[in-house]
Unconditional design. Structure first.
Length: 189
């Protein structure tokens, strides 16, 4: 049984709900696919700027498909650059998170909550999880390969039938491990 796991770097991005898409881009607007990503998602051609106070980050990619709630995922470095305190959370765990100003081409959106630093995680199908001896919500460790190899602990496991095996790290974690886009790790259970 192989314990290898492909690793992908997830740069800052924005997931939108239908209502917020209409505010930022206009009523009836549909996202335009730039390229497919894993886990049934896609990078949209659309970007927005994000602002906290007087500090701004331009060209933040929108990721589709639409979700039930708007969620902005940024790195810890982004939080320092913006001067905003953001918790490390699992995707969708948005209660009590800070808001931010999202600047779209049609209108701006004062997001009340929904900004997180994403908790590192492994996407995996039920069959693959069973083979690897892990289950949904487990916390595992993954050791990366390469000249800057590191072991990431407390990696959340997310099991769903439409998931394809992949560990997601943010850009800060990827930089620490010397991974810019894709890499390989070994599961340590």
């Amino acid at each position: 049984m192989s314990k290898e796991i492909p690793i992908e770097i997830s740069a800052r991005h924005l997931h939108l709900c239908q209502k917020d898409l209409a505010i930022l881009f206009g009523k009836g607007y549909k996202l335009n696919k730039k390229n497919n990503l894993t886990q049934s998602q896609f990078a949209a051609r659309e970007t927005v700027n994000i602002r906290f106070g007087k500090r701004e980050i331009p060209n933040v990619r929108v990721v589709g498909p639409l979700r039930s709630r708007t969620q902005l995922e940024i790195s810890l470095t982004d939080t320092f650059n913006l001067g905003i305190k953001v918790p490390i959370r699992k995707s969708g765990d948005l209660k009590g998170t800070p808001g931010i100003l999202i600047i779209g081409p049609r209108n701006n959106l004062a997001l009340k909550e929904g900004v997180i630093v994403a908790w590192r995680h492994v996407h995996i199908s039920p069959a693959e999880a069973k083979k690897k001896g892990i289950k949904n919500k487990d916390l595992v460790s993954v050791k990366t390969k390469g000249t800057r190899a590191v072991t990431f602990c407390h990696v959340a496991v997310r099991v769903r039938k439409d998931y394809r095996l992949s560990m997601h790290l943010d850009t800060d974690e990827g930089n620490a491990a010397g991974i810019t886009k894709k890499g390989i790790g070994t599961l340590i259970s």
